[in-house]
Design a protein around this ligand. Sequence first.
Ligand SMILES: *[C@@H]1O[C@H](CO)[C@@H](O)[C@H](O)[C@H]1NC(C)=O
Ligand SMILES: *[C@@H]1O[C@H](CO)[C@@H](O)[C@H](O)[C@H]1NC(C)=O
Ligand SMILES: [Cu+2]
Length: 228
Amino acid sequence: MVRNTFILSTLAALGCISMVLAQKPQTLEANVNTSGIKATFTFEPIDDSGDGAKVTINVVEGLTKKFAVLPKIGFEYHIHVKPAGPNNDCMATGGHLDPTNVGNAVCDPKTPEKCQEGDLSGKHGNLMPTEDGSIPEFSYVDKFIHFTGEASTITGRSVVIHNNGTKIACADILPQGESGSDSQRQSSITAGDSHTNGASADGRLSGNAVWMAMGTVGSGLMAGMMAL
Ligand SMILES: *[C@@H]1O[C@H](CO)[C@@H](O)[C@H](O)[C@H]1NC(C)=O
Ligand SMILES: *[C@@H]1O[C@H](CO)[C@@H](O)[C@H](O)[C@H]1NC(C)=O
Ligand SMILES: [Cu+2]
């Protein structure tokens, strides 16, 4: 009986590890809710590779024609390198995410591979203002968005919306469900949940986590053998 329990728990532990290792990158989200602008940007992995995202954008309010400095050109938006942090400081977000060092070269939507990874409006068009400031939800696939790689991952960075260049609103890119209020974000950091514990910034298991998992199985084996 003890032996069976031990074998079963060992198998269960191994099962959990293989499930975690084969895990698809997490869906990420940036919830903009500042300066009267409310919008959600969702980044869903298109497969297990960590490269490519289905981006879904839902602007609830704030992007009116009246507010736009250039209503015919609209609002640019990008993934910026740094997060806005707990005070949601758009000025702290730094420049565009550009791991291939494209720099200021103009982004041609026909050759997105030559654009900055973070230049979403360059690749897919600006957010166009409306009378009431909302934009019906729309989606596109961007194969050059990465969930992995220290330099290329979008995890922990930010989405910034501009009005003729000026940063007007922003939000950090976090695992879906954690991108709500600052208090939510704070509690998820202090609680050290499964997203932050052992998982590296790019959403995959770090070497340490693998060794910790192996250690757990090892202890299980020892405990099981001692019980025999
Ligand atoms: C947006 O911000 C307002 C004011 O700061 C707050 O009352 C509201 O709960 C926020 N909405 C969401 C969806 O986080
Ligand atoms: C838009 O921004 C440019 C560059 O900062 C500036 O020269 C121009 O005056 C702005 N346009 C308007 C209509 O404010
Ligand atoms: Cu920007």
